[in-house]
Ligand binder design. Structure first.
Ligand code: MRU
Length: 360
């Protein structure tokens, strides 16, 4: 398997593969503080729900590093004030959470780091820093392991010789590695079950064509790129056996926010009676909201729709709308594929049970 590493933490430094440059160029940017990371998340240097959660966890380590260095506390030159440190970390947490609103993994990652920090109240700076770094590394490692489990559970749903359709990029690039929806595709391919994969180009930022095609080609998985609008054509002709995507936030009742265009695919799949699967870790489930109506949908700059690079695509006076995500109601989702197992016809009861006892 080819290793794709969107996030690297080495010698106390965070490096992000600049996904805006793919597939032409593989270049890493060093990220030094939470403010810089917020901009990198907003600008899509790093994107995909789990990947922004994992990088935000490292962002909290950067915040602690910055605080201790600026205040010269690691060397003991200045006394350590817990309350001052806490204030500074709260600010960092707000900065990171403020970067994009829809993917819940972002606040999940930041909150987990915050809990770790609170459990070590009044410990010396070096102990705190080491523990925070250890926690972020654990989040990174767990994400890859979780994806592999999702891949294994999902592959079992793919019959031999299947053609799949996916949207956006829910691959190694969108996670710490391996991927959720693409994790299922990777695992099913290794088991010899995949004939070929249709990839929606995913306008306006082209995560499908730029990122998913790049990843799948590296693995030698047969891919055909299609315009988003062509999905209905192939599905209605019986050329697609199942549709699978990732998720950015799943409400307690199973309603799921994912890349704009996902809802349309779920409707198309239902109309043609083929399965529509969401592959996501339980960290993408937000039990604090009851339904998809409560999910905040990010609206991005209209320029992303109006321009392709430098080239304008519409008359200059044109206005555009640019929602980054939509919500697919749970009733259209055949199953949620999680690390704890497959939740068929998801609802609040089954989802809560998955958290408590796994999926039976
Ligand atoms: O705007 P993006 O590129 O961050 O959107 C990404 C998606 O919608 C993915 O499908 C989702 O985050 C799941 S990634 C495993």
């Amino acid at each position: 398997m080819v290793e794709i590493r969107p996030i690297i933490w080495e010698n106390g430094k965070l490096m992000l593969l600049d996904q805006r440059l793919l597939p032409d160029e593989e270049r890493y940017l060093v990220c030094s503080n939470p403010g810089q990371l917020r901009e990198h998340i907003r600008n899509m240097v790093v994107r995909g729900a789990p990947a922004i959660g994992v990088s935000a966890a490292f962002g909290m380590v950067l915040a602690a590093q910055e605080y201790f260095h600026q205040e010269e506390m690691l060397s003991g030159a200045k006394p350590f004030s817990w309350s001052h440190f806490l204030e500074s970390m709260e600010l960092a947490a707000r900065t990171l959470k403020d970067s994009r609103p829809t993917a819940v993994n972002l606040s999940w990652g930041v909150n987990r780091m915050f809990q770790k920090m609170l459990a070590l109240k009044n410990m010396p700076p070096k102990t705190l820093l080491d523990a925070l770094e250890g926690e972020a590394r654990a989040i990174y490692k767990e994400d890859i392991e979780t994806n592999k489990r999702i891949g294994k559970h999902g592959a079992a749903l793919v019959s031999s010789g299947s053609t799949l359709l996916t949207h956006c990029n829910a691959g190694a690039l969108a996670t710490a590695g391996y991927g959720t929806a693409l994790g299922v595709i990777r695992s099913a391919f290794q088991e010899g079950r995949i004939r070929h994969v249709f990839v929606d180009e995913t306008r306006p930022l082209l995560q499908g064509s730029r990122l998913t095609c790049w990843e799948l080609q590296k693995e030698g998985i047969p891919v055909q790129l299609i315009a988003d609008a062509a999905a209905g054509h192939y599905i209605s002709r019986g050329e697609v056996d199942l549709v699978i995507t990732g998720a950015d936030r799943i409400a307690a009742n199973g309603d799921t926010a994912n890349k704009i265009g996902t809802y349309t695919l779920a409707l198309l799949a239902r109309k043609s009676s083929i399965p529509f699967y969401i592959a996501a870790p339980l960290s993408t489930v937000d039990l604090s909201i009851r339904s998809g109506k409560e999910i905040i949908i990010e609206e991005r700059d209209e320029k992303e729709v109006l321009y392709l690079g430098e080239k304008i695509l519409a008359p200059r006076a044109t206005n555009a709308r640019n929602p980054a995500f939509d919500v697919t109601p749970a009733e259209l989702i055949t199953a949620l594929i999680t690390e704890k197992g497959v939740i068929f016809t998801p609802d609040e009861h089954k989802i809560r049970q998955a958290f408590e006892n796994g999926v039976s």
